[in-house]
Write a protein that binds this ligand. Structure first.
Ligand code: WQD
Length: 348
């Protein structure tokens, strides 16, 4: 089966490409390198021994996607491409709506023209908005998301449902991720956002390696186990495997299916800090700070549907993810220092 992975050099995309290759799929990657690096392609090759075909393209281009689909005959698409920074989306809503929706329109037009019938969409637990109750099941109400980023996920899910209603021959998997963290055990793939990280684990990783001084814990007065926010942190390698299982499910022609991909366990910010310190032996200095606008107090997944219908179960826990993320951050820092030193030598 030949699979197009858009955003395939990104954090979740690159790990999913590894899992697809390890399970015998042929993979073609498209990425515009807006929020990723070519290093990820080198990492994929080192891990799997295969260097997938790569196109540096912007998925919003209808003409580029048409040319790609004309030359490459795909059996399935996994779409990771899109802007994903919640805070940035609040400041630049039009950019987020236009980019994330245009990507889908370009892909859906190409799918229609070249009769590609299998589509996996990278959605997010953010579509549940402020949950009435936890754990969240796939039948929990989809609400107004807490950001334009989240709203793009809600809108694209709506478009997919309408398409599936008309095109009975289409098989579509909507995967709602909770909080992806960690990195590949090789230290070759992981999450290293530019600038100051918005998300918890990338921030802690930079504190752990001394790039940032201390963590600000946003709010310690929530009605949770210790007053800090609770989330469902899933190892990115488990999440990647979930995509392979979803593709297998589409081969049974199920039509449109929706799955939460999480661990089913809620972990507070303080519990994450303690797990990270235990897993790595590194002390994480922190201070309490005011709540962050848009944060929900608690959310975590009900996992029965993915377990029963996909056979999906997480193999790694929060400490595995903390250690793998830390090891990746250390290795990435080393690689960046080596690149800087080579630049200095060249200029001498
Ligand atoms: C987790 C917890 C914060 C940073 C977002 C998106 C979601 C998905 C994952 C894309 C919260 C606290 C955080 C910090 C902190 N992204 N925190 N100090 O907000 O649950 O989810 O990222 O798909 O769609 O909404 O993740 O890691 O930002 O926050 O105390 O410096 O950590 O308040 O309780 P979030 P997060």
């Amino acid at each position: 089966m030949k699979v197009l992975v858009t955003g395939g050099l990104g954090f979740i995309g690159s790990h999913t490409v590894v899992s697809l290759l390890e399970n015998g799929y042929e993979v073609v990657i498209v990425d515009n390198l807006y929020n990723s690096k070519m290093d990820a392609l080198d990492g994929i090759e080192k891990i799997t021994g295969t260097r997938p075909k790569f196109y540096k393209l912007d998925c919003t281009s209808v003409s580029d996607m048409d040319e790609l689909f004309k030359n490459e005959h795909f059996d399935a698409i996994i779409n990771f491409a899109g802007y994903k920074a919640v805070g940035e989306s609040v400041k630049l809503p039009l950019n987020y709506y236009q980019n994330n929706l245009d990507i889908c329109f370009a892909l859906f037009r190409a799918m229609e023209k070249y009769d590609v019938r299998n589509f996996v969409f990278s959605s997010s637990a953010t579509v549940y908005g402020l949950p009435d109750r936890v754990p969240l099941t796939e039948d929990s109400p989809v609400k107004d998301a807490t950001s334009p980023y989240g709203e793009t996920k809600v809108m694209i899910e709506r478009i997919l449902k309408d398409m599936a209603f008309i095109h009975k021959e289409r098989n579509i998997a909507i995967l709602r991720y909770f909080n992806p963290i960690g990195a590949h055990k090789s230290g070759l793939l992981g999450e290293d956002p530019n600038g100051i990280p918005n998300n918890l684990l990338p921030y802690i990783n930079k504190v752990a390696v001394g790039v940032l001084k201390e963590l600000s814990v946003y709010g310690n007065d929530y009605e949770t186990v210790d007053g800090t926010g609770v989330r469902d942190y899933i190892h990115v390698v488990d999440l990647a495997r979930g995509h392979v299982l979803a593709l297998r499910k589409l081969e049974t022609n199920p039509g449109l299916v929706i799955y939460n991909l999480g661990t089913g366990k809620g972990t507070s910010v303080l519990e994450v800090i303690h797990a990270y310190e235990e897993a790595t032996g590194v002390k994480i200095p922190y201070k309490f700070a005011p709540r962050r606008a848009g944060d929900v107090p608690i959310n975590y997944a009900a996992t029965e549907k993915a377990e029963n219908e996909l056979g999906f179960k997480c193999l790694y826990d929060i400490k595995d993810a903390c250690l793998d993320g830390y090891n990746f951050q250390k290795a990435e820092l080393e690689r960046q220092k080596e690149k800087e030193e080579k630049k200095v030598v060249k200029t001498l």
